[in-house]
Write a protein that binds this ligand. Structure first.
Ligand code: XMP
Length: 525
């Protein structure tokens, strides 16, 4: 997968590529994704990638991302100072702008007032990157430093009230800098600006497609795997299914897929996955029943991170044992996505905070015993779905709501019991039935039930009850990094609540979660 090492990228000839040098900004991968959306290929590369390595990619342009450091700080990440010798257009965003301007002779220092959030941009010169953008427009700022005393070699393109040099262009070197973030949706014309950079300035034609990614990725996997065997943990979710289909395409019968029944699955999940994959794939699929092992590990454990850690370790243990039965297996393929990577604090420059220890990133034991293949590591969920369609996976899989690796373990809050799991499975089934019946499955991105570790008082018939509370969670999101709670119609919620309380023994109260992410997360644990 195209991450750090460009010689491995192995791009087909003629692919238009605009790499992003990652200075640790939280939006770095979003920039790469915006470029891919516009039809040029992009990947994140280490900030100090030497120009010889960059030159081998024949980039149409290069983007320098934002980042949390200060360019004048001692340990500030730097790019190769000879970057401009490549003579390809370079766009610096936020920290990237400050770094480019500093290399080209400007002074960068703290701004009089730090700027976070929306700002009004006034455009002095509406051409190049800013062509066809209204002269007054909103942009998203997030910076403490800024460029001062623009060198006379620079042309000022736009300003905000507190940032006089908000967009600049060098007169001789093809360098463009913007202090704001065009890649986020809070900058309404940001995409237009990036497209201007990609099409007008880098002269791309926008010919890159997901099918090119598939071809390149298959080649890379074939070359890396050679004649070795690969196992793939198949969960039935879209990510691992896409990985399995991709690997099946790349290496055929060198692949064995392992589906682990960990006792934390939704109702009929195991049967559904088995049936679907036997119908659609010609692969060696092995189903391992490890319910006892997982539930024994988790007995009495209440801490969510500890649950993830135990599950992650047990998964690997089960894989290792199953792999031993397959023969000599060198590689393990996983459906790790970019949001998993970044939220586990494993970003390129290692800066993002560790929000959740996602089991397939942070929870791997060191003595893994396999080399990892993670072909989706740089992709966002919607890009993975696109790839799934290109691979010809059925809609039923491509559009499946995601289900977390630790499964119901992070939806039975607190201690996990067989009874709790059974109750939650029944509630979850009712919820999904109603969501599908009311045509809400495609307009929502993730819907599930959560069993709360509290009992509440109720009244049924003429008697007092003291039973469980179930929360309904439904979110709408683009990339699962931010999400809003879905406005499910009240009458649907009413039916769900009625059915859960009437049909599932042990539930006497249903609540609806109206928190967005951030500050909440999608899962409750
Ligand atoms: P959060 O709760 O972090 O969820 O807002 C974002 C997306 O990630 C899924 N998720 C996980 N997936 N292992 C996974 O494979 C995990 O430990 C995990 N935790 C959350 C979650 O379901 C949502 O789609």
């Amino acid at each position: 997968m195209p991450t750090a090492s460009p010689p491995d990228l192995d791009l087909p000839a003629g692919v238009e590529v605009i790499p992003v040098l990652d200075f640790g900004g939280q939006y770095a991968q979003l920039i790469a994704r915006r470029v891919r959306e516009a039809g040029a290929f992009s990947v994140l590369l280490a900030p100090d990638t030497p120009i010889e390595t960059l030159a081998r990619l024949s980039p149409r342009g290069i983007i320098l991302s934002g980042g949390p450091a200060s360019v004048s700080g001692g340990d500030a990440p730097k790019c190769d100072e000879r970057l401009f010798e490549l003579n390809v257009p370079v766009l610096g965003i936020c920290y990237g702008m400050q770094l480019g301007c500093q290399i080209l002779g400007c002074r960068v220092a703290g701004a009089e007032s730090r700027e976070f959030g929306r700002a009004r941009l006034t455009i002095a010169k509406g051409e190049g990157m800013l062509a066809d953008v209204p002269r007054q427009t909103t942009v998203w700022m997030s910076h403490g430093d800024q460029v001062h005393d623009l060198d006379e070699d620079f042309e000022l393109l736009a300003s905000t009230d507190t940032c006089p040099s908000a967009a600049v262009r060098h007169k001789r070197v093809p360098f463009y800098g913007v202090q704001f973030h065009p890649e986020v949706t809070h900058t309404p014309h940001g995409i237009d600006m990036l497209r201007n950079f990609i099409y007008q300035i880098c002269r791309c034609e926008g010919t890159w497609r997901m099918s090119d990614f598939l071809v390149a990725e298959c080649d890379r996997i074939r070359e890396r795997v050679g004649s070795e065997r690969v196992i793939c943990g198949l969960s039935g979710g879209v990510d691992s299914s896409v990985v399995a289909a991709l690997l099946a395409r790349a290496i055929g019968d060198q692949l064995t897929c392992i589906f682990v029944d960990n006792g934390l699955l939704r109702k009929n999940e195991r049967e559904l996955v088995e049936a679907t994959f036997r119908d659609h794939f010609d692969i060696d699929l092995r189903v391992v029943d490890a319910r006892v092992e997982f539930l024994t590990d988790l007995a009495g454990v209440t801490d969510p991170q500890e649950k993830r850690r135990l599950i992650g370790h047990r998964f690997i243990d089960v894989f290792q044992k199953s792999a031993a039965e397959v023969g000599t297996v060198r590689f393990l393929a996983q459906g790790t996505l970019y949001p998993d990577v970044i939220e586990s604090g494993h970003g390129h420059a290692g800066v993002s905070a560790n929000i959740k220890l996602h089991h397939n990133v942070g929870g791997l034991p060191e003595d893994l015993g396999f080399e990892l293949i993670e072909p989706l590591r740089n992709l966002f969920k919607d890009e993975v779905r696109k790839l799934g369609e290109v691979l010809g996976l059925p809609d039923q899989i491509v559009w499946r709501h995601p289900f977390p690796g630790p499964g119901l373990a992070v939806r039975v809050l607190g201690s996990i019991t067989e009874d709790g799991l059974a109750l939650l499975r029944d509630c979850d089934e009712i919820l999904l039935e109603e969501i599908i019946a009311n045509n809400l499955y495609r307009s929502t991105d993730q819907v599930f039930a959560v069993l709360l570790p509290v009992q509440s008082v109720g009244v049924m018939g003429d008697g007092r009850t003291y039973e469980s509370v179930v929360a309904v969670r439904a979110v709408e999101t683009q990339d699962f990094m931010t999400a809003d709670w879905a406005r499910i119609p009240f009458d649907v919620l009413a039916t769900v609540s009625n059915r859960m309380i009437n049909e599932v023994k042990g539930v006497n109260r249903v609540v609806y979660d109206i928190s967005s992410k951030p500050p909440a997360t999608i899962e409750w644990e």
